[in-house]
Design a protein around this ligand. Structure first.
Ligand code: NAP
Length: 242
């Protein structure tokens, strides 16, 4: 059986992606770091809707923890492989660069960029040998245009976009596609400290996006209809490009 793994699948965009992929028939693996309650809520919603969902907590920025979790999953699923990987786990630690602490820089890069590297390298082997795979990386508008106060986050997301384009070319011959999504302002826990009433004035559509509007694009990229799309970055931002 082919599974879909969504990192940071317990809340926000990841939760919407898990629900959408499960509704399309994918058995889903919900990864998260620490908030088990949110992850269980996501799992329950999928099971209640008749889908298949498993929990797999590990810190994506920790290579040993990632390896251990994947080894355990493979042992308990000898006949299955993870064909879809959505690299969605991410954090913000905003600060002006002049005040930015080493830890704020490192944590953001470790989660978004190193997290992408550890789990993707691990899962590529099976995708390549099975000659089918889909990788979707959750980048950001911040990684395309850069946002002040987010040098760490913009750097991590821009690097993720570069890695998406490079890896897409490496694995295309084996029918593995690698794409990125660049959301603008989407309503989740990550943006709840932002002044939505002010910031939405910057958005041509006059509102923040919904997690489901991002999940729909992920589902398309994962589908057979998107087989010839790779190395692409899809912006979902209500018209807010520059
Ligand atoms: P969120 O609501 O804060 O959820 C973050 C998710 O990532 C949670 O499931 C969290 O798990 C998980 N996570 C964080 N660090 C992790 C780690 N080290 N290992 C494993 N899981 C980890 O964020 P969101 O708004 O849904 O954002 C999802 C992705 O979209 C992020 O990559 C973000 O940068 C990107 N994005 C968001 C927006 C936006 O406007 N919301 C815009 C552009 C891009 P726990 O609950 O266990 O911590």
């Amino acid at each position: 059986m082919k599974y879909a793994l969504v990192t940071g699948g317990s809340r926000g965009l990841g939760r919407a992606v898990c629900r959408k992929l499960a509704a399309q028939g994918w058995p889903v693996i919900i990864n998260y770091r620490s908030n088990a309650e949110a992850a269980e809520e996501t799992q329950r919603a999928i099971l209640d809707a008749g889908g298949v969902a498993e929990l797999l907590p590990f810190d994506v920025s920790d290579p040993a923890a990632t390896e251990k979790a994947m080894e355990q999953w493979s042992e308990s699923h000898p006949d299955d492989y993870i064909a879809v990987l959505v690299n969605n786990a991410g954090i913000r630690r905003d600060n002006l660069m002049i005040f930015m602490q080493d830890e704020e820089w490192r944590k953001v890069l470790d989660t978004t960029l190193n997290g992408f590297f550890f789990i993707t390298r691990r899962l590529l082997k099976n995708m390549l040998s099975q000659r089918w795979g889909r990788i979707v990386n959750m980048a950001s508008l911040s990684g395309i245009k850069g946002l002040p106060g987010q040098t760490n986050y913009s750097a991590a997301k821009a690097a993720l976009i570069g890695a998406t384009k490079a890896l897409a070319q490496e694995v295309a011959p084996r029918k593995v596609t690698v794409n990125a999504i660049a959301p603008g302002f989407i309503e989740t826990d990550m943006t709840k400290d932002l002044d939505q009433s002010e910031l939405k004035k910057l958005v041509p559509m006059g509102r923040f996006g919904k997690a489901e509007e991002v999940a729909a694009a992920v589902a398309f990229l994962v589908s057979e209809d998107a087989a010839y799309i790779t190395g692409e970055v899809i912006s979902i931002n209500g018209g807010l490009y520059t």
